[in-house]
Design a protein around this ligand. Structure first.
Ligand code: VG1
Ligand code: CO
Length: 543
């Protein structure tokens, strides 16, 4: 087989965002587009000669073809081996686990996560390092720099590459090992959780509905919940991964997982409901008539994780992204463990996990995980919840009521304005930035501003600094609003407005979050002039 050196030139806009490079699938399918980016990754990590990489994706449209290209390029660039999930499938947490377990030098994960898939929707690719986690900013900067200087890429001519047969084959001088995508991951879950207790819970009649949203977690959830833990067949819904996710939006929140919400708020609702996203790293938890916000879920798991065997000795600390509510901080304080506040995106948790300073991490965007891998992990969160409920024998509703009674409730919501004109969105952020020095002390929509700044993170482990990570405004009484532009969208800009208010009065703990947050919502509108600057009268998505 011959190696071709194909000359190319830089393609604009190949800048990795919050989680790798995400573009419209058609953009990724343009000549040289994928190849340029893959070569930039290889060059950005100082080459892959002799290295072992894990490769897999969420099965969306173009997944298999892109994997073929990546394998041919890895062979041409001298990789020793690629470990690939059968059918080209690997959930993001399973890929992270494989990198760690097999001591690989890193991995390429093909996914646009919660974004829809298909020829007219989104595709994505990201590089994870040897710790199994998303590349840090220093590495993504190097990759981006290579995309701007690239002159050629290497690729091996090859016929058909078999992604279906488990076992090892070769491509030029490189080995390709096809592995069962689920087995190692399921084993890891079994090492962390009390499977006997969860099985017993199911046997006692506790009912679960898991919505895989036609995305990657279907096979994982079926193998673990139904086959190993004995939940009845049909517990996992929409469990076959489809290239276009059945035309849906595989984002586990009350808006996009509407079917599940209807089930959980209907008559005869199951005891426990959950959903995951395109690549399996997000989770939504909902009890019978009780939606659990991701920020609250993080707090509950921080409080009760020690009930599961994998965390029985307690947690070293908890880390959350800055826009995530402070609910977990309150638990950390009560327990006397460390609490960290990082920028949005899982890559910022890596150092804290590697250094053993945080055990559990979470984001308001339905991401929760721990030091068992270096990605957030949807099914892990579901199993931890189930393990806790199996031990406490409480309902989700009771668990939340008890939690809020003990710690108070951080009412929380995120308002997203999607596909906003990019100039208008940047203008809005600039205008806020311009007010930061003068806001404190002012009254906005009847609320007194106590603090206003732009979040900048000093990594306590490696000392790196990440600036411009969201504008936050604090109000008297503990309310807060955060403004950020998304780094995962593929059309225009998405403005995210994160709203929070702490309530400790025992008789005010069961309000509708939108009502409880109304004064903060009004202040956010006024201070940023969202309507005036974006022309939008209401958010597109409220979670
Ligand atoms: C969003 C979320 C962020 C998450 C990221 C990747 O980023 O807000 O919390 O880490 O998606 O999640 P942004 O920049 O659009 O706000 V996923 O499930 O894509 O891997
Ligand atoms: Co995801």
């Amino acid at each position: 087989m011959t190696t071709q050196i194909v000359s190319t030139s830089p393609i604009e806009g190949q800048k990795p965002g919050t989680s790798g490079l995400r573009k419209k699938t058609k953009v990724f399918m343009q000549p040289h587009y994928l190849e340029n980016y893959v070569q930039a990754i290889f060059d950005g990590i100082d080459g892959i000669a002799g290295k072992t990489l894990v490769v897999g994706g969420d099965g969306r449209y173009f997944n298999d073809k892109a994997i073929g290209t990546i394998l041919r390029m890895a062979a041409a660039n001298g990789a020793a081996k690629c470990i690939v999930g059968q059918g080209g499938l690997l959930s993001t947490p399973a890929a992270s686990n494989l990198i760690r377990k097999r001591g690989a030098d890193g991995g390429l994960i093909l996914s646009a996560s919660h974004n829809p898939g298909g020829p007219d929707e989104d595709f994505g690719l990201k590089y994870n390092g040897p710790n199994g986690g998303p590349a840090n900013e220093a590495v993504t900067e190097k990759i981006f720099a290579r995309t701007k200087a690239i002159e050629a890429y290497k690729i091996t001519e090859a016929g058909h590459i078999d992604l279906e047969t488990i076992g090892t084959a070769s491509l030029a001088d490189m080995a390709i090992e096809i592995v069962d995508p689920v087995a190692d991951y399921a084993e890891l879950m079994e090492s962390l959780f009390d499977f006997a207790a969860i099985s017993q819970l199911f046997e006692s009649g506790f009912t679960v509905c898991f919505d895989a949203m036609h995305a990657i977690t279907g096979p994982y959830a079926k193998a673990i919940l139904e086959d190993r833990l004995g939940a009845p067949a049909g517990t996992v819904r929409n469990g076959t991964p489809l290239p276009d996710f059945g035309g849906g939006h595989p984002d586990p929140n009350p808006v996009w997982a509407k079917e599940l919400m209807q089930t959980m708020y209907g008559d005869d609702a199951p005891d426990f409901g959950a959903a995951s996203d395109g690549d399996g790293d997000r989770n939504m938890i909902v009890g019978s008539h009780c939606y659990v916000s991701p920020s609250d879920s993080l707090a509950v798991l921080t409080d009760l994780a020690h009930r599961a065997p994998g965390y029985a000795t307690g947690l070293a600390g908890v880390a959350r992204s800055m826009p995530t509510s402070a609910a977990a901080d309150r638990v950390a304080e009560a327990k006397g463990i460390a609490a960290f506040e990082t920028p949005t995106g899982w890559k910022f948790f890596g150092n804290l996990l590697d250094a053993g300073r945080a055990t559990i991490c979470g984001e308001e965007s339905a991401g929760t995980g721990s030091n068992h891998v270096r990605e957030k992990d949807g099914l892990w969160a579901v199993l931890l919840w189930l393990n806790i409920l199996a031990v406490t024998q409480k309902s989700v509703l009771q668990t939340m009521a008890d939690h809020w009674k003990k710690y108070g409730r951080n009412y929380y919501s995120r308002h997203d304005y999607e596909a906003v004109d990019a100039d208008a969105a940047n203008g809005l952020m600039d205008a806020l930035r311009g007010q930061l020095d003068t806001l404190a002390g002012q009254e906005i929509a009847g609320l007194k501003v106590t603090s206003a700044d732009e979040f900048s993170y000093n990594d306590p482990v490696d000392g790196s600094v990440s600036t411009g990570q969201g504008i936050r405004i604090g109000f008297e009484g503990g309310g807060r609003v955060v403004f950020r532009l998304s780094g995962t969208g593929t059309a225009g800009a998405t403005l995210r407005v994160y709203l929070e208010r702490l309530e400790t009065r025992p008789d005010h703990l069961d309000h509708d979050p939108q009502t409880a947050l109304a004064p903060i919502i009004a202040a956010a509108q006024e201070v940023a002039d969202i309507h005036g600057r974006t022309g939008r009268g209401a958010p597109d998505v409220i979670t």
